[in-house]
Design a protein around this ligand. Structure first.
Ligand SMILES: [Zn+2]
Ligand SMILES: [Zn+2]
Length: 299
């Protein structure tokens, strides 16, 4: 197991006794990534048994309070543990939001790097790491809002049949590693010929948005897509408040081609979103599930 994705909050504007405001924790090889930080996320991280001090990056989709109110608490917790720095990516405004708090109420020693992103309509790179990329795209909400993808870089794997066919031995692999090719019976065999590319894990988070093609551009072929689904089929409300309906998600699901689609950010008007489950069943969309707080996905 390389990592896991944990839902920390699945309610929209207001928390409910069952559902916290938005937050998703991604753990990958000891590194922690937090996507959105609504009220109560600090405690949700602890309740989920996650290591808050492993957090290196926080990605804020937009500045509505149901996605940001927990931020100062998380920073204070990190500060108390003498963590030296945290990097926050967000649309514009996060700097002012934090400065107001830091200037007047709490001055942390931790270095808080904020990067305000310039939004684009095609997926752009936010972070290019040796082992993964973070991509982002503009969404269609009432304020500037961003969707994020974590994509593990592809790796090459030996093709078992080819290795057996060529009867490769340990010393052959050593030469292959050093030179990138080996000589077998007078023939040159390159690494490319006997390896294949294996796609890395892809996680996408689509927070608050109304319909936009940018969702598909970013989320296509994800292993796990966590997507806002504030309404069941109230199209007028969805358009007015900049949200999605389950009907729209069902419509684009074939093109999204995701292994698993996890719905989140349910409106509090649905005390129990079982109607969503019934509609999904009717549509026979087996890869779509209703998110719940603390639901975890391992990869
Ligand atoms: Zn929201
Ligand atoms: Zn919002």
């Amino acid at each position: 197991m390389k990592g896991k994705v944990v839902l920390l909050g699945t309610s929209s504007a207001m928390p409910t006794p069952e559902r916290n405001n938005s937050g998703i924790f991604l753990q990958y090889k000891g590194k922690g990534f937090l996507f959105d930080c609504g009220e109560g996320i600090n405690r949700q991280i602890m309740k989920a048994g996650l290591n808050i001090y492993s957090l290196d990056y926080i990605f804020i989709s937009h500045l509505h309070t149901d996605h940001t109110l927990g931020l100062t608490g998380v920073i204070e917790t990190l500060d108390m543990h003498d963590k030296s720095r945290i990097k926050i990516f967000s649309p514009s405004g996060i700097g002012d939001f934090l400065k107001c708090f830091f200037d007047r109420f709490y001055t942390p020693e931790i270095k808080v790097d904020t990067k305000e992103l310039k939004l684009e309509d095609r997926p752009f790179t936010v972070l290019d790491h040796l082992e993964f990329n973070i991509f982002a795209v503009r969404l269609n909400h009432l304020v500037e809002c961003i969707g994020f993808s974590f994509v593990e870089k592809p790796k090459r794997r030996f093709i078992k049949e080819k290795i057996e066919e060529l009867k490769l031995k340990t010393e052959d692999f050593k030469i292959l590693r050093e030179k990138g090719y080996i000589k077998k019976d007078g023939k040159i065999i390159t690494e490319e010929e006997i390896t294949e590319e294996v796609k890395g894990f892809k996680f996408t988070y689509i927070p608050d948005t109304y319909k936009t093609d940018n969702i598909i551009k970013l989320a296509k072929d994800s292993d796990i897509l966590v997507i806002e689904c504030t309404y069941l089929d109230e199209e007028e409300k969805a358009k007015k408040y900049g949200h999605l309906t389950l009907e729209y998600i069902l419509e684009i699901a074939p093109e999204l081609n995701c292994r698993k689609i996890v719905l989140t950010h349910f409106s509090k008007r649905y005390k129990n979103p079982e109607k969503f489950g019934e509609r999904i069943k009717k549509a026979d969309a087996g890869n779509i599930i209703l998110g719940e707080d603390f639901m975890s996905f391992y990869f």
